[in-house]
Design a protein around this ligand. Sequence first.
Ligand SMILES: Nc1ncnc2c1ncn2[C@@H]1O[C@H](COP(=O)(O)OP(=O)(O)OP(=O)(O)O)[C@@H](O)[C@H]1O
Ligand SMILES: [Mg+2]
Length: 274
Amino acid sequence: MYELRGIRKVFAGGEAALDGVSLAVGRGEHVAFVGPSGAGKTTLFRILNLTLRPTAGTLVLDGRDVAGLSDAELRRARTRIGTIYQRQNLVGRLRVVHNVLAGNLGRWSTATALASLVRPRGAEEAARALEQVGMPEKLWARTDELSGGQQQRVAIARVLVQNPDVILADEPVSSVDPSLAVTIVSLLRDLSHERRKTLLMNLHSVELALAYFPRIVGIRDGRIHFDLAPARVTRELLAELYAGHRDDELQLERLQDGTRPFGGACRPLPGFAE
Ligand SMILES: Nc1ncnc2c1ncn2[C@@H]1O[C@H](COP(=O)(O)OP(=O)(O)OP(=O)(O)O)[C@@H](O)[C@H]1O
Ligand SMILES: [Mg+2]
C-alpha cells in the first residue's frame, strides 16, 4: 500500500522533523507508531495522508510515486485515506448526523453538501455507522453536548462513512480516560479488520500499542528506531526510544517484561502471528 524511501522533512527554520524514513506497509496491515514528543510521528502521518509534501525522498502509494500525481489524482487519492485526529475536527454546533455524513465531503459537490445541511442525505448510512460505534441514540444530538469519548466515536463513524482504504489515527485516545481508550482502540482495530482496511495509529501509550498491534514502529529524532513484532520490543529498546523524556520513562516503569499488558483483555486477531 505504502512504500517510503528516505523520506525527509525540514520545516522552514527548523531541524529535520523526519530524517531518512524508509518503510513499507502492506494492504490491510495494522501498525502502531510510538515515540517521544517531537519525534516526527504527526509529520509522518501528514505525509502519509498527502497533506504535507516531503522535502526529499520518495512516497509510493499503491505502486505510484505521489510526486508524479496531478492535482486531480491527488484529490482522488486523498478521499481513500481517512484521518482521525486527537482533536476530532468536528463542528460542535451541528448535530451528530451532519458530522458523520461529512465523511462524504470528498465525494459530494458543494451544492449536495449544502443541501445535506438542511435535509441530511443518507441519514440511514450515518445511523448504521453510529450503531457500529455503539451509540445509535445520538444521531440527532448536538455534537458539542457529547463527552470527549463520544465525540471521538463520532469521528470514527465519520471515517466509516468515508469508507477509505486506509485509516490514519493520530493519537486518537490521548484526550479520553484509560478504560475508554481501550474501548476506542479495540473498536478501531476490529472495524478495520472486518472491513480489511489498513490501520496506522500513533499512540502515546506503549501499553496499548503492544496489546493491540502486531507491528510496532518506534520513532525518535525523525528516524525509525525499531520496527518489530510486539513480543520482540524489549524494555531496553523502549528505554532508548524514550531516553530523556521523563513522562514517557515513567509509563515504561509500569510495563513488565514477559507479561502481556491487559492480561486476557487483548484478543489477538486471526492471521496475525506474534
Ligand atoms: N508546521 C510546522 N512548522 C515547523 N515545525 C514543525 C511543524 N510541525 C512540526 N514541526 C516540528 O517537527 C518536529 C516533529 O513534530 P511532530 O508534530 O511530527 O512530532 P510528534 O512525534 O507528533 O510529537 P507529539 O508526540 O508531541 O505529537 C518537532 O520538532 C516540531 O516542532
Ligand atoms: Mg503528534
